[in-house]
Ligand binder design. Sequence first.
Ligand code: FNR
Length: 341
Amino acid sequence: MSRTKRKLDHINHALSSKIVNTNGLEDITFVHQSFPETSLNSISIESEYNILKLGAPLFINAMTGGGGKATEGINAQLAEIANSLHIPIAVGSQMAALKDNSQRASYEIVRKNNPRGLVFANVGSEATIDEALACVEMLEADALQIHMNTIQELVMPEGDRDFKGALSHIGKIVEKLHIPVIVKEVGFGMSRETAEKLLENGVECLDTGGKGGTNFSLIENARREKQLPFFDEWGISTAASLVEVKAAGVPHIAASGGIKTSEDIAKAIALGGDMCGMAGQVLKWLQQSGQQAAHENLENVLSELKIIMTALGAKNISELQRVPLIISGDTYHWLQERGNS
Ligand code: FNR
């Protein structure tokens, strides 16, 4: 199976995949306040993630590139959206461009269409230090994402089977780079133990990539003959993962995995996220309704976020991170069991 075909398969399956897990954010309830002492037009949603300054606590998460003109077209449109909304955008894994120079354009278009905005480069943990540096340079990137996708690899017939040494290798990449290095999951969530190990290896920026949105077990199972169905419900929900990595003391937390609405974003930030990543939902809006609709939907999500913050009495993102909330249902049960209540 060619790499290009796989990239296109991922997009098509991500668009058609059914949802079998929730992100856990339905278990979070805000505590209503009758005297919020706020006004809608004084709400600020400007945010910070490590040294990065964001117009809003939202970014378009890593999806594509490396699949020729089709993926170049998607990245071109996503980058224009990110540029006009002043939000960061990540590209999909750039390993394809390292192996085949002709694929570079499908990534470089993101910097071209978003010349002054924040762009995140993306590699797997197998990238050498020089390869990671080359990917950052390719995009003049402001941060590097390193994806951890063990389950996806195991379900992929042609995937990796050896996961030894990744942690210390990531530590070496962090040491060498002078921009934030964000270690991310791709929809199976991160535990407290994972976060602690990353912190020990010098990683201070994580993306939870929790369960409840795009499901790479379903996507890869749909592409193979002999299924591994036990991975379809595997993982830590986005809500539980946020509490776990916060408890580990991670200083810079990106919340992602099934983020679709303003309410999801508000809750994920209240649980400790500094910014939220959206992948599958943006792809759906773009592919099913077009660039203008995707832009308008994201803009709407951000104006609704301000309305929610007004009701909660949270004038800015750091106040939203401290609003009282109630955790119930499966997420409550999970956190009790894990001693995180
Ligand atoms: C992804 N994702 C991803 N992540 C990554 O680090 N490198 C990659 O190349 C890709 N490729 C990719 C392709 C497609 C089509 C999708 C939908 C997603 C994972 C993505 O960044 C994110 O972690 C997960 O999709 C979970 O977020 P959502 O989709 O539930 O918002």
